[in-house]
Design a protein around this ligand. Structure first.
Ligand code: NAD
Ligand code: UDP
Length: 337
């Protein structure tokens, strides 16, 4: 199979490229490098012994996308490209709608003109309504999101559903990711956000390394087991393998379907800190602070649909997620030393 990965040099795209190459597929990475580096292409080759194709380009550039489709002739697209910072999306809604929704429309037009009709989309658990109880099940209501970022995910899912209804030859799988963390065990690829990380695990990694003084635990009075927020953390390599399984599904089914990619288990902020302490071998300082605006107390996935339709379940636990994150962090420090 030939897969075109938009946003393919990013965090999840690069790990998915590894999983697809290792399963014997051909891969083309299409990315404007807004939030990633071309160095990742070499790292993927070092891990797999296979060279992915790479084309620098923006998904909003329809002519460039068409060029990519006509030269590479993919069987399907895995669409990771997008802006993803929730807080930034509140401050810059126009940029988010333009890049994520506008970019997806341009890409779909290029697909239609060049004859590619299969797409896996990087959606998110953020599409579920606030009031849904966990576990989140795919049939639960999706009406509006709490940020422009989340709204772009809902709008793109809606566009894909409408297109599949109107033109029966399309196949769309909307993968709703929960909280991807960790890194490839080689330490050669992972997540390295610029500036102070917004997400928990990259923040914990920097505290473990002494680059930040303590973890700010946002809220200690939630109605959860230990009072801290609960999420469904999933190893990025499990997520990557979920895409390989979804690709097989997408090649053999028409229409549109949302599928959760999560473990089905919730872990608290303190669970993460303690698992990370085991991984790095020392204590990690933390302080309980006020809740972060907009955070939910707790949510996790129902992983049943992924199991029944894709034959996929997440295999890796918190310890492995933190071990691989820590290994990547040490590689980064080695590179910058
Ligand atoms: P990432 O930022 O590491 O990767 C996204 C890639 O897309 C980057 O390499 C960036 O340069 C590229 N890109 C952005 N806009 C582009 C454009 N207009 N044209 C071409 N390339 C463009 O992010 P990630 O964590 O790998 O996320 C991948 C996808 O998964 C995103 O759509 C994100 O919204 C979604 N997602 C991520 C998470 C998460 O926690 N990481 C959770 C749910 C959903
Ligand atoms: N969190 C925290 N400190 C941080 C970042 C996050 O306590 O520095 C908590 C946050 O309140 C939530 C969980 O960690 O309960 C996961 O947050 P993250 O931003 O990683 O993902 P989200 O689920 O918000 O997308």
């Amino acid at each position: 199979m030939k897969a075109l990965l938009t946003g393919g040099t990013g965090f999840i795209g690069s790990h998915t490229a590894v999983a697809l190459l290792e399963a014997g597929n051909e891969v083309m990475l299409y990315d404007n490098l807004y939030n990633s580096s071309e160095r990742v292409v070499g790292a993927i080759e070092e891990i797999t012994g296979k060279k992915p194709g790479f084309m620098k380009g923006d998904i909003r550039d329809e002519a460039r996308m068409k060029e990519c489709f006509t030269t590479f002739k993919p069987d399907l697209v895995i669409h990771f490209a997008g802006l993803k910072a929730v807080g930034e999306s509140v401050a810059k809604p126009l940029e988010y709608y333009d890049n994520n929704v506008g970019g997806t429309l341009a890409m779909l037009r290029a697909m239609r003109e060049t004859g590619c009709r299969r797409l896996i989309f990087s959606s998110s658990a953020t599409v579920y309504d606030l009031h849904n109880p966990s576990p989140y099940i795919e049939g639960m209501p999706v009406t509006h999101a709490t940020s422009p970022y989340g709204e772009t995910k809902i709008q793109i899912e809606t566009i894909l559903r409408d297109l599949a209804k109107a033109e029966s030859d399309w196949s769309f799988v909307n993968l709703r990711y929960f909280n991807p963390i960790g890194a490839h065990p080689s330490g050669l690829i992972g997540e390295d956000p610029n500036g102070i990380p917004n997400n928990l695990v990259p923040y914990v990694a920097r505290v473990a390394h002494g680059r930040l003084p303590f973890v700010r635990v946002f809220g200690g009075d939630y109605p959860t087991r230990d009072g801290t927020g609960v999420r469904d953390y999933i190893h990025v390599m499990d997520l990557a393998e979920g895409h390989a399984a979804a690709a097989n599904y997408c090649l053999t089914h028409k229409g549109e379907i949302p599928i959760n990619l999560g473990t089905g288990r919730g872990s608290s902020v303190l669970d993460i800190i303690h698992a990370y302490e085991k991984a790095c071998g020392h204590e990690i300082p933390y302080k309980i602070m006020d809740r972060r605006a907009g955070d939910l107390p707790s949510f996790f996935a129902s992983a049943d649909r992924a199991k029944s339709l894709l034959g996929w379940t997440a295999k890796r636990g918190l310890e492995e997620m933190c071990r691989d994150s820590w290994n990547f962090e040490q590689h980064l420090a080695g590179k910058s030393a």
